[in-house]
Design a protein around this ligand. Structure first.
Ligand code: HEC
Length: 181
């Protein structure tokens, strides 16, 4: 379905190309003479064209959720639940790709966060007894307590990921216990 959206964007872009090219060339003239309505029309056209062009860039199209290989030995179901609520979209292979993750530039930002997050720490491909795990566990506790994870842009869109102070304390403690192994 989203591929159809991108094809339509490409067709609209191609079909209107002569028109927006013409309109863009009129922009300097409109600016010099302060023709506000002409400036407004042209800037609006430019924004639309950029929006269409962004949909055709292939980055962020693929929404991969590779298989879950192994999870950490969670110290309690509650720790896992809190992690799923606040962290799993970017630190597991079970990302919920919401509809807007198909529309650029949102799709670019989300793909960047998800692939960056998985790369940093992925609870779906957990390696027990990894020498890094103790450090990982400490860091995870820290970022939950100091509020740097989940990132602000995620909280704006996912109110359910906002944790109370008590939940933060529980999650931090749970992660320290679960990820160290
Ligand atoms: C919107 C995606 C996203 C969410 C949600 C998210 N993270 Fe991250 N996380 C990232 C990205 C991207 C990085 C790597 C770059 C960075 O540090 O900002 C990262 C880095 C980390 C690191 C490495 C330490 C560091 O500061 O670089 C830890 C630990 C971590 N996250 C834990 C968590 C925990 C615990 C949660 C849930 C409370 C969480 N993250 C939620 C995207 C996310």
């Amino acid at each position: 379905m989203w591929i159809a959206f991108r094809v339509v964007a490409l067709i609209l872009l191609a079909a209107t190309a002569p028109r927006w090219w013409h309109s863009l060339r009129g922009l300097p003239h409109a600016l010099i003479h302060r023709h506000w309505s002409a400036i407004f029309d042209r800037v609006l056209g430019l924004v639309l064209v950029l929006f269409l062009a962004m949909q055709v860039v292939p980055f962020g199209w693929r929404h991969s959720n590779p298989p879950v290989v192994a999870e950490p030995a969670w110290d309690s179901p509650q720790t896992r639940e809190l992690f799923v609520r606040a962290c799993a979209d970017c630190h597991s292979n079970e990302t919920k790709w919401l509809w807007f993750t198909n529309i650029a530039p949102g799709s670019w930002l989300v793909a960047n966060d998800v692939y960056g997050g998985r790369n940093e720490m992925n609870v779906s491909e957990w390696v027990t007894n990894n020498s890094q795990n103790a450090k990982r566990a400490r860091e995870a506790g820290e970022v939950v307590r100091d509020g740097s994870m989940p990132p602000l842009q995620f909280l704006l869109i996912h109110p359910e990921a906002r944790l109370t102070d008590a939940e933060k304390a529980d999650l931090a403690k749970g992660l320290e216990a679960s990820l160290a192994k």
